[in-house]
Design a binder for this molecule. Structure first.
Ligand SMILES: NC(=O)c1ccc[n+]([C@@H]2O[C@H](COP(=O)([O-])OP(=O)(O)OC[C@H]3O[C@@H](n4cnc5c(N)ncnc54)[C@H](O)[C@@H]3O)[C@@H](O)[C@H]2O)c1
Length: 448
């Protein structure tokens, strides 16, 4: 077990180099599991903590529940000592503990930190001198210092306090945002620079040292709050730019201009422009949610985050815009939406992933159903879909060979394995929200 007062930062770095440092990762989800596998790949002994007994059991059987992670990767991690557990007393055996639990919004659109506080309260009694605790869950600036540190201190039975310099006794705390982009294979995970902010310089350097063992570049910043804000800036930047391009798409449609052609031309500019693409609305665990963590916190400072609010307004209207286009497209063919058979292609919130959290497809389906359409879906990543946090769809994926039986096919998620030419050929009407049918000529395509 580490005792930094005795061994110092150099001792910690040495235990990283020799792989004696044991890593605990709390939350074996889309973020925590790949991170655990990355540490395992670099020969660290990793323990994955999760309260979901099915996940713990699956991992210990060498199975994966995330489509893009093959079971073989879990099995080779097991050979390097990877084990999953729900037993928090094993926190005491870890040298570094990284928290990757969900940070959703509650029904009032406010931060729901209950997973983070639940995790921290469960960990606190098992903390030991010299351990490093890192929060990775996306959250508002101030969470690490104002929520995590006090709960760790209050819950610790040995009265340990956060250590803010090398001379202090206690445990070390840092924040490091997760920057994964699911489905994006263009950048290797280890090439995504890792931002770290510590409660004091020792915690920051320890966090940089541990991540430096698996990432090629670490970016130390002055505080956990700066690291927390960095993540929010990145996601708000995306959210606002997507809203802008979604608004411009609607204008371009009225003006008879192809927004996709315009973006392709604009992105040839070698400086000062980054391409964002319009779509049926925001999805995923990050972009639709994270900005509201900041708006909520901003109120404490009597500050209104107007860009975030406006972007939220435009982006959340996009599924309604899609449904209006379906209604109009059907009416052009002399049909009403009520009673029409509509097939929604793609449930996932973006292409080629098996994640439907906050997916605009779910909203589109619900809006179509509310307006009397008979809706089915196809998604190669979801054979069935049941009860979600917001929606109770209880449907199974309809095979694509049934396309001719539908009055309208709506492309909401542009999975690459779809053969769009074949889909267009078979369909009576295609409403394309992603420009997936680019280059295909047909009077039956409505692009919106
Ligand atoms: N998914 C992404 O692409 C992504 C990208 C960047 C940041 N993030 C952020 O990372 C964090 C985690 O997201 P995710 O997508 O991995 O979530 P997830 O829902 O896939 O996984 C979270 C896991 O935590 C477990 N869990 C919940 N409470 C727990 C507790 N008290 N103790 C132990 N385990 C617990 C759940 O059972 C689940 O397995 C969130 O803050 C999210 O905003 C996610």
């Amino acid at each position: 077990m580490t005792d930094l007062a005795v061994n110092g930062l150099d001792g910690f770095k040495q235990r990283i180099d020799t792989r004696e440092a044991r890593i605990g990762i709390v939350g074996m989800g889309y973020v925590g599991l790949p991170l655990a596998l990355l540490f395992s790949e670099k020969r660290f002994a990793v323990t994955g903590f999760d309260i979901d007994a099915r996940k713990v059991e699956a991992l210990n059987r060498g199975c994966s529940y995330i489509v893009r992670i093959p079971g073989a990767e879990v099995q080779s991690a097991q050979e390097n000592g990877f084990r999953a557990t729900a037993d928090y007393s094993r926190i005491a055996l870890m040298e570094v503990i990284i928290i990757c639990v969900p940070t959703p919004l509650n029904e009032h659109h406010e931060p729901d930190l209950s997973y983070v506080t639940g995790t921290v309260e469960a960990m606190a009694p098992h903390l030991r001198q010299g351990q490093l605790i890192i929060l990775e869950s996306t959250t508002y600036p101030g969470t690490t210092e104002e929520v995590v540190v006090p709960l760790l201190e209050q819950g610790n039975l040995s009265g340990l306090r956060v250590a803010r310099d090398a001379a202090a006794q206690g445990f070390y705390v840092a924040f490091s945002p997760e920057r994964e982009d699911p489905g994006n294979d263009t950048v290797a995970r280890c090439d995504i620079p890792k931002v770290v902010g510590g409660c004091g310089p020792v915690a920051r350097d320890m966090a940089a040292a541990i991540y430096g063992a698996i990432f090629n570049r670490t970016i130390p910043v002055s505080s956990p709050a700066a690291a927390e804000m960095t993540k929010l800036l990145e996601n708000i930047y995306r959210c606002v730019n997507i809203a802008m391009v979604n608004e411009l798409k609607q204008l371009c449609l009225r003006m008879g201009i192809d927004i996709w052609e315009v973006i392709d031309a604009a992105k040839t500019k070698p400086f000062g422009f980054h391409a964002f693409y319009p779509g049926p609305g925001l999805g995923g665990h990050c972009i639709p949610i994270d900005p509201f963590y900041l708006s909520w916190k901003a109120k404490e400072f009597d500050f209104r985050t107007r860009f975030i609010e406006l972007a939220g307004e435009i982006n959340s209207q996009m599924p309604y815009f899609v449904v209006e286009n379906v209604i109009e497209a059907l009416s052009q063919q002399g049909k009403a939406l009520r009673g029409a058979r509509v097939l929604v292609l793609g449930l996932a919130y973006k292409r080629d992933i098996d994640d439907l959290r906050e997916s605009p497809s779910l909203t589109v389906i619900e809006l179509l159903q509310q307006r009397g359409a008979l809706v089915e879906y196809n998604d190669p990543f979801f054979a069935t879909v049941g009860q979600g946090r917001k929606y109770a769809l209880n449907m199974s994926s309809t095979p694509l060979d049934q396309i001719p039986e539908f009055d309208c096919v709506v492309i909401v998620t542009d999975h690459t394995q779809y053969d769009y030419a074949k889909i267009v050929e078979a369909a009576k009407l295609v409403v394309d929200t992603r420009n997936a049918t680019k280059g295909i000529e047909s009077v039956n395509i409505v692009r919106c």
